[in-house]
Design a protein around this ligand. Sequence first.
Ligand code: BEZ
Length: 211
Amino acid sequence: MTVRLGDDAPDFTAETTEGKINLYEYLGDGWGVLFSHPRDFTPVCTTELGAVARLKPEFAKRNTKVIAVSVDPVESHEKWVSDIEEVNGVKMNYPIIGDEDHTVADLYDMIHPNASDTATVRSVFVIGPDKKVKLQITYPASTGRNFDEILRVIDSLQLTANHKVATPADWKFGEDVIIVPAVSDEEAKEKFPNGWDAKKPYLRFTKQPTP
Ligand code: BEZ
């Protein structure tokens, strides 16, 4: 199945290292990150799952729950967790789905046969409180992800969901944002009383509103 931005995130119920989980119930009214890795007991994956455990408080600050998935069984994940904890000096603190039958991988198109017939690629899906897909990115097995970047994107998604702004290249929380072109100067005067800096008529920077 192909999942695109704005689509409903496919719901599922799956066995995980924290018992049976239904995705929508797990996410509740908040945001979610569903991310896949190719295999247990592999080096890059070991660093990635530890990085996410370390950043869990940052995800929680953003009302965002994380859940990992690969096609290995839960029993394998459970054995691997002690390596993740030892190597990264963290306690695992979020569930890993055992997706041996590829239910989740197929729903989210996480197996790319020209990369690998059997293993999930490094997919990331950010899911909004409305259960729509807000972000989708895919990395190859050889490249570990930068999860600070995922947090940065969540900051942007949450801000732009509530205000008529967009975020420029390399934006970080607290930096100036762009008034979207659909907002006229008239409307902008009301919405952004502190004004803006127009680099071009279509490129108006303003202070970041409170999310
Ligand atoms: C890794 O996590 O290190 C990895 C997994 C599959 C292929 C290559 C690297």
